[in-house]
Ligand binder design. Structure first.
Ligand code: SAH
Length: 418
């Protein structure tokens, strides 16, 4: 006689009923339903997998539930999910395969392996920094012990890292009402490494710096910028030297000098160390770099651009990659003002034929808004600009069509004429 399957707790899933508006949203292929669109929920435990029903009780799929976020559920499957850890493992393997099969990652050992919703794994980010993996857990469901175990085991099996570190965003844990936790190494010991992006080396320190350590989403834009950069170059928000070092080392000698500016001293110290690392590692790079001036200046970029422009300082290449000015919709006008001011000053300082690389990483600033602001700056600067390239994040940060939140980074490469 066939054995009766055990009715495990996993099968006794809770369900939530959602409004017509919530169902429309799912229908549009967006995975989020806000709390205001949940019409019925009973005793759903934090972080549970829930069955999602429409107003008539029709089953729409399975979602991860959060008891505290305004985003009450994030869809994870159109079917039933009897075993979440197994599904998470499968999705991680699929994310790795997606990048491999489409040959999305080139000339680097540092890239994003799992990008949350864009890899159908809401609440999980995994970045690879050579032999160290860094993960971030952003939701209640992904923070449960069995899911954590599945993540670490799958990453170990698939990628054989020398270390896995967890970067904790304390604010997110608080918002998700998760117990406080320290960042730390969660597998083996290694938490620092040296990474390679387009042939340029960078120190990686697992618990330092912004994001999970580096701006991997700009990696392809570094290479693109270096292709057009020339003459005297300024990288106004240089962080640890991502653009600046590419301009100095990868522009085939076209940049005669590179100045990196940032308001953060630790970021500049790392930039300096990164420059030194490339010099010791590679004799050709060394020769490339030695002939050129490479300087790092600690300053407020707004003040520096104003002072330099008042002093008639001119450049041939300027990179603007400021922090996200619009953290929420409310900041939009102020953010647009900030982008306008920066771009206007930069355009005025660029010689004819000069290159402006200008970025926005504010999700709330749409591509149309950003283009409009840059065009407005051109008008005020009395310059004509041609768009050489309109770019986004590196391909290992997929954009999920119909989920605008996955498309946040814009990078325009422009040629300036009088
Ligand atoms: N282009 C960098 C990332 C820049 S992130 C890269 O690809 O790696 C934004 C940087 O702007 C941060 O390093 C931050 O320290 C710096 N920053 C923020 N406000 C600033 C200001 N007013 N002036 C100069 N730098 C600023």
């Amino acid at each position: 006689m066939p054995k009766k399957p055990a009715v495990s707790a996993k099968h006794a899933e809770a369900s939530v009923r959602i409004s017509a508006r919530g169902a429309d949203r799912l229908q549009s292929r967006h995975p989020w339903v806000y709390r205001s669109d949940i019409s019925e929920e009973k005793d759903v435990p934090p972080g549970a997998v829930v069955r999602v029903l429409d107003s008539r009780g029709k089953f729409l799929g399975s979602a991860l539930y959060s008891s505290s976020s305004q985003i009450a559920i994030r869809m994870i499957s159109h079917g039933s999910v009897p075993d979440l850890p197994a599904l998470v493992a499968e999705r991680i393997r699929a994310a790795i395969a997606y990048r491999k099969e489409n040959d999305l990652v080139r000339n680097t050992d540092a890239y994003r392996i799992v990008f949350s919703e864009a890899d159908f794994l809401p609440g999980l980010i995994v970045d690879r920094y050579n032999d160290v993996l860094s993960l971030q857990i952003l939701t209640q469901a992904v923070d449960t012990a069995p899911v954590r175990e599945a993540i670490v085991q799958t990453l170990r099996d698939e990628l054989q890292p020398a270390g896995i570190v967890e970067r904790v965003d304390a604010r997110i844990r608080e918002l998700e009402q998760l117990p406080p936790r320290q960042s730390g190494v969660i597998w083996r010991e290694k938490s620092s490494s040296v990474i390679n992006m387009n042939g340029v080396r960078f120190h990686y320190e697992g618990f330092e710096g912004q994001k999970t350590g580096a701006f991997l989403d700009q990696r392809e834009n570094y290479a693109a910028a270096a292709q057009y950069a020339h003459g005297e170059a300024l990288d106004a928000f240089c962080y640890q030297g991502g653009f600046a070092l590419h301009l100095a080392l990868n522009s085939a000698g076209k940049c005669s000098s590179v100045t990196g500016v940032d308001s953060s001293r630790p970021a500049l110290e790392m930039a300096e160390k990164n420059a030194a690392l490339n010099v010791t590692l590679n004799a050709t790079l060394n020769a490339n770099l030695n002939g050129r001036e490479l300087e790092w200046i600690e300053a407020n970029a707004f003040d520096l651009l104003r002072d330099y422009s008042a002093a008639n300082r001119r450049y041939d290449t300027i990179v603007l990659d400021p922090p996200a000015f619009a953290k929420s919709k409310r900041d939009l006008d102020k953010a647009l003002g900030g982008y306008k001011e920066l771009n206007l000053r930069a355009m005025k300082m660029l010689r004819p034929g000069g290159i402006l690389v200008t970025c926005s990483c504010s999700f709330h600033v749409s591509p149309a808004d950003f283009l409009k602001v840059v065009a407005g700056a051109a008008q005020d600067a009395h310059k004509s600009l041609r768009v050489i390239e309109s770019r986004g994040a590196s391909k290992d940060h997929p954009i999920l069509l119909n989920v605008p939140e996955t498309s946040y980074l814009q990078c325009l490469i422009l040629s300036v004429s009088n």
